[in-house]
Design a protein around this ligand. Structure first.
Ligand code: NAP
Length: 453
């Protein structure tokens, strides 16, 4: 068993896997260390199983709208046990696929938790047998261990779930309280609502999705409320107690809610505590590892990518950072990640897709008179027979001087798919005239983007 490598990657999530395989493709001797399941947050307990739950939960709406299309369901019911079981099977398949792919790529997978014993050395403790150690040496080490969900510091917090726990449930409860107003809170509120649970979402501020364009958040809020999701704004949980078979949550506004489960979706923190970064001399600030544009920490042979840094914490960013690192360091193809115009989606119902500046940031950058807004709100054709269901909202923000589109935002069906394509145009510097010159594709939702006046 060799213990000396050209690269040791800590963490077999999306970023770590991408970096390890790319480095190995250049002939580097690579090991990847993982204490949990190969695949990381995105594949095992994040984007992938979440999106499968989204697909499952959409059937709730389809069933409600079906009779206007002449489709009758006499015994339609949603069983979250079946959905959760099938999602776990798919996650198992992907986990196996990633393990096999590592082997095919020539990367050695070392199972266990890693800690630094020096700037070039790592101790791996076997996940199951604490007494089983392995010492590894490497000329370069890449930290890609990702993050863990936060829990609030309140009485009874351990009675609540975090997003990881949602995928381990046998079935979802009839009534759930979700704390938070970010990506995870809004996505799970819509998933659980679609699967038939009563959802109460507790938001400490006065709006959803701080950091996103406020018009998008407002459209989503109204549609979530129309679907029966109760949003309690301007309050936070202060205590959780066991309560006749379920749990009870008390809020700062004096409300008390009985429910079958509480999900905390209040942000994530890098999972760096057990790495013993101090032993290697790696600096962190506010629990995030500081890196330069080459992903290098303050120690020149130690690098970090993905959610352990203060950059944008999204899977595609971590993957691109991992590949860029490997190309630059092992492939002699120096390049850097383009952090401009990163498209983002919230897989809520309706879905949100966005790229570029929101209205507040555009005003801050160009001034009130420096931008022009175009927007359109309508009921999509797919809902015209049922006359119920989600609306669409499209918004373009133009910088008046250059006429460039600096923000392209959407709420509604297929928003993520549409905005992914719009991001290409924005990245090429598209102007309003470029959009206007593009022939509409009819009848679609996205044709509105090229016909806005
Ligand atoms: P998030 O988007 O940062 O949102 C955190 C939410 O929790 C905010 O609404 C915040 O309120 C609230 N909050 C924070 N501390 C709180 C407290 N003590 N009590 C009550 N509320 C509190 O975090 P997240 O939804 O947990 O998601 C974590 C990360 O996962 C995201 O940043 C993203 O990188 C990733 N993610 C991405 C996707 C996607 O791409 N579709 C989906 C899921 C997750 P304020 O607004 O007042 O601060």
């Amino acid at each position: 068993m060799k213990n000396s490598f050209d690269l040791i990657v800590l963490g077999a999530g999306s970023g770590g896997l991408a970096a390890a395989k790319r480095a190995a493709s250049y002939g580097a001797k690579v090991a990847i260390v993982e204490g949990d399941r190969v695949g990381g947050t995105c594949v095992i307990r994040g984007c992938v199983p979440k999106k499968l739950l989204v697909y499952g939960s959409l059937y709730g709406e389809y069933i409600k709208n079906a009779n206007s299309f002449g489709v009758e369901f006499t015994d339609a019911r949603i069983d979250s046990r079946v959905l959760l079981t099938n999602v776990r099977k798919e996650v198992d398949r992907l986990n196996k696929f990633h393990i096999e792919f590592l082997a095919r790529s020539g990367v050695e997978l070392i199972k266990g938790w890693a800690e630094f014993t020096g700037p070039n050395s790592i101790l791996v403790k076997d996940t199951h047998e604490e007494a089983n150690f392995r010492e590894l040496q490497s000329s370069r080490i890449l930290i890609a261990v990702g993050g863990r969900p936060n829990r609030p510091d309140i009485k009874g917090a351990s009675l609540g779930w975090v997003s990881d726990d949602m995928f381990l449930q046998e079935r979802f409860p009839e009534k759930i309280v979700i704390v938070g107003a970010g990506f995870i809170a809004c996505e799970f509120a819509c998933i659980l609502n679609g699967l038939g649970s009563k959802v109460i979402q507790i938001v400490r501020g006065s709006r959803l999705l701080r950091g996103f364009d406020s018009d998008l958040a407002e459209v989503l809020k109204k549609d979530m409320q129309l679907k029966g999701i109760d949003l309690y704004f301007d309050q936070e949980p202060i205590a959780i107690d066991r309560n006749k078979g379920g749990i009870g949550i008390t809020t700062s506004a004096g409300q008390f809610v009985d429910c079958g489960g509480v999900l905390f979706a209040i942000g994530r923190t890098p999972d760096i505590q057990r790495l013993r970064l101090d032993v290697a001399g790696v600096k962190s600030s506010k629990q995030k590892i500081e890196v330069d544009m080459n992903h290098m920490t303050n120690i020149s042979n130690i690098f970090a990518i993905g959610d352990v840094t203060s950059r944008v914490n999204l899977t595609p960013v971590a993957i691109d950072e991992g590949r860029t690192f490997a190309d630059s360091v092992f492939g002699n193809k120096k390049r850097s990640v383009n952090y401009e115009l990163i498209p983002q989606a919230v897989f809520s119902q309706p879905e949100i897709g966005t790229v570029g500046l929101d209205e507040d940031n555009a005003i801050e950058k160009f001034g009130e008179n420096g931008i022009k807004i175009y927007s359109s709100r309508f009921r999509p054709m797919s809902k015209s027979l049922s006359k119920r269901g989600e609306n669409c909202f499209l918004k373009l923000i133009i910088e008046t001087r250059s006429q460039k589109i600096v923000g392209c935002h959407m709420v509604g069906e297929h928003a993520s798919e549409i905005i992914q394509m719009a991001a290409i145009a924005l990245g090429m510097g598209a102007t309003k005239a470029d959009f206007d010159r593009t022939m509409a594709l009819h009848p679609t939702i996205s044709e509105e983007f090229v016909t806005m006046t």
